[in-house]
Write a protein that binds this ligand. Structure first.
Ligand SMILES: C[S@@+](CC[C@H](N)C(=O)[O-])C[C@H]1O[C@@H](n2cnc3c(N)ncnc32)[C@H](O)[C@@H]1O
Length: 255
């Protein structure tokens, strides 16, 4: 086997997989496939995460929130809206940042289905009369790389389908997950979603890598840095081939 170019190795350490062309991620195709309608799996994730944040945050308390690797998904940010004085939509791909800027200025119709599911029966959310205006005022799209997130910055955070869906390497999955938790302040509540046993995925005409992870992997990585950790498996099998459900972890960063 030829030796690995040290420059490529250094780049891999920094960004995960240097061969993935994130800047041409087809945001519209990803949105259409995943969030053009509200699926049963996302409805269950919404229940888990919105209930958790409502329990975790005392009324009238707010802080800085981050959603890491937002892609073409607004619902993690929406679950943090009542508690966020500002929401950072932290995204590496140029196309996704552009898509997010447009979307928070004029969200597509399907997000109403997501907001209805989030706010139904949850007063902290239902009290918001115009979530779209609030999101537009509070959300900021920021260019960034999960592997360079600064520590101890945010009061709450979400990261959905990122750590296991940006690399095929277990050590990079672990590093991305720990960096996400590291970016939160001690005690900050978080929710993270992961594809279970994924073998990669296609968006538009591009193939993306994935790291096949189980509940045990998620627990092994999060247990040392999180307390009150709960991991729930959500049934899902018809989004595409090559995965076995979804997992949602909630908890607080250890002090
Ligand atoms: C599978 S998508 C998930 C998108 C969205 N969070 C969702 O729930 O559908 C993975 C996202 O991670 C972003 N991403 C890839 N590498 C990243 C990195 N190093 N740092 C931050 N985000 C990254 C991609 O651009 C993409 O938006």
């Amino acid at each position: 086997m030829p030796p690995i170019d040290p420059q490529v190795l250094a780049l891999t350490e920094l960004v995960g997989d240097p061969y993935v062309d994130w800047d041409h991620f087809d945001s519209q195709a990803y949105f259409n496939h995943n969030y053009g309608d509200l699926r049963i799996d996302d409805r269950r994730i919404i229940e888990i995460v919105s209930d958790f944040f409502q329990r975790a945050f005392p009324a009238n308390k707010s802080g800085r929130a981050i959603d890491v690797g937002s892609g073409a998904n607004l619902y993690p940010a929406l679950t943090m809206l009542p508690y966020a004085s500002g929401v950072t939509l932290f995204e590496r791909a140029f196309t996704n940042r552009e898509w997010l800027e447009n979307e928070i200025a004029g969200p597509r119709k399907s997000w109403k289905l997501f907001w209805d599911a989030i706010s139904a029966g949850r007063p902290a959310y239902a009290n918001i009369s115009n979530p779209w205006d609030l999101l537009h005022r509070r959300a900021e799209v920021v260019e960034g790389n999960v592997f360079s997130l600064a520590p101890d910055q945010y009061d709450m955070g979400t990261m959905f389908f990122v750590a296991e869906s940006i690399t095929a390497r277990m050590d990079k999955f672990e590093q991305a997950t720990r960096r996400f938790i590291g970016s939160l302040k001690a005690g900050a509540p978080f929710a993270a979603a992961f594809m279970r046993d994924s073998s990669g995925y296609i968006v538009g005409d591009q193939r993306f890598p994935a790291c096949s992870v189980s509940e045990a992997d998620v627990r092994r990585v999060l247990a040392p840095v999180a307390r009150m950790l709960e991991i729930e498996t959500v049934e899902s099998n018809d989004l595409r081939d090559g995965y076995c459900g979804m997992m949602v972890a909630t908890g607080r960063k250890k002090k």
